[in-house]
Design a protein around this ligand. Sequence first.
Ligand SMILES: [Zn+2]
Length: 131
Amino acid sequence: MPISAELHEELGKRLRQSREALTATIRARTDGDTDDRPAISPNAHMGQNDDAPAGEMLSHNEEHLAEHESNMLHDIDAAIGRLESGGIGVCVVCGCEIPEARLLATPTVQTCVQCQERIEKEQHTGRGPTL
Ligand SMILES: [Zn+2]
């Protein structure tokens, strides 16, 4: 068991909460496809007049959002799977233990800081990660 029982419980709680919030957001948008603007963001209504154009620009934006959300949902499900199989908290690249603070900050994280930085650097230079 790479992580403590307390951390295991805390991560499970956070992952389930994130998942619920995310699925609620997705549901609110797909169900609320009417004239009412879905309350996704508390700032969404700010600076908008009644005659503000809403249409193609918004739908493009929502398409992008939906993709982002389904990616996030995939990450959360994968993290829950790792949590249940006991594989969470271990870097998938080097196999070292991921620090507790990092896991708490980002429960879906799969790599340690060093590997994350290396991957980002490699992506930045256009090369794929080399194992
Ligand atoms: Zn690592």
